[in-house]
Design a protein around this ligand. Sequence first.
Ligand code: ZN
Length: 336
Amino acid sequence: MLENDNNHALQSQQQVIKRLQTIHQRQRVGHAYIFDGSNGSGKELIASYFTKLLLCMDPKENVPCETCHSCKRIQSGNHPNVVTIRPDGQDIKKDQMAELIMKMTKKGYEEGRKVYIIANAERMNSSASNTLLKFLEEPEGNVTAILLTDSYTSVLPTIQSRCQRIPLQPMNREAIIEALIQQGVTTSLAATVTMMTANANEAYEMTQEDSFVQKRKLVLKLVEAIEQRSPGEALLFIQTDWMPLMKEKSDCEQGIDLLLFAYRDIVAVKAGLQSTIAYPDQLETFTKHSVKNAYSSLTVKIDAILQAKKRLHQNMNRTLLLEQLVLTMQEGLLFV
Ligand SMILES: [Zn+2]
């Protein structure tokens, strides 16, 4: 979805690009590579860049020219020596792999190197994997494989061992926020989801979930209830609003994380570090809370949230856990 967000991806992969340029410069191009990186890290884009570099008719200082016949055909997906396959339905099947190998070994194609790209390589089924393995065991002189995956460990170890691994950098938070905003996500929601995950696609999907957007609202209401220091109201809120939406443990954990980010924000605002906050839309309210709370009391509150998170995994009654958390935060004393 955000895989093709070109500029951000290329900018955050400078080290990988340098490594590929060195390979090209030394003319030590391997038979097979695995580009391994999370969704949104730009695997397809880097694979296309490397393919262009390998086939470019006029590269300048190890950069593909982007204008020659070869570069242009790779860009438009029409180069006869370049084949990309991706899962057909759930997985990559043996037939697809056999056809790919046929194309890579067939004579009569253009001279020069051939490149094949296998997207979502972790989804090759076992017969496709075995077919590929046989091909990798008998490398053809001028054929290069580029396997793309966001789950390196799911690729068969025997295939891993025949490929050079090129790990991609995870996208940085600002780049993901920017990409999400371009997809129509609000700045505030983008800021919050990127605290929850460093995976651009996962972040995007979260922004599209009603339940996540509701949780975010609920957490902000809880912060207000806690800061108003009216225990009755906060406890009632836990029972009537929070618990119905946070039935599952995973929901509750997400809720506690969101609460944690809120208090980290209040600390950040207090310290004048506003650029990294998770709830930019709450700046005004959080500024008020930051004035009202001493650092020591914010520390106690954050500790209480962290403890609650730990207890969540000890299978404690969740309503009780939240009630204790709220009371602890309101009294400013750590519950033990
Ligand atoms: Zn070129």
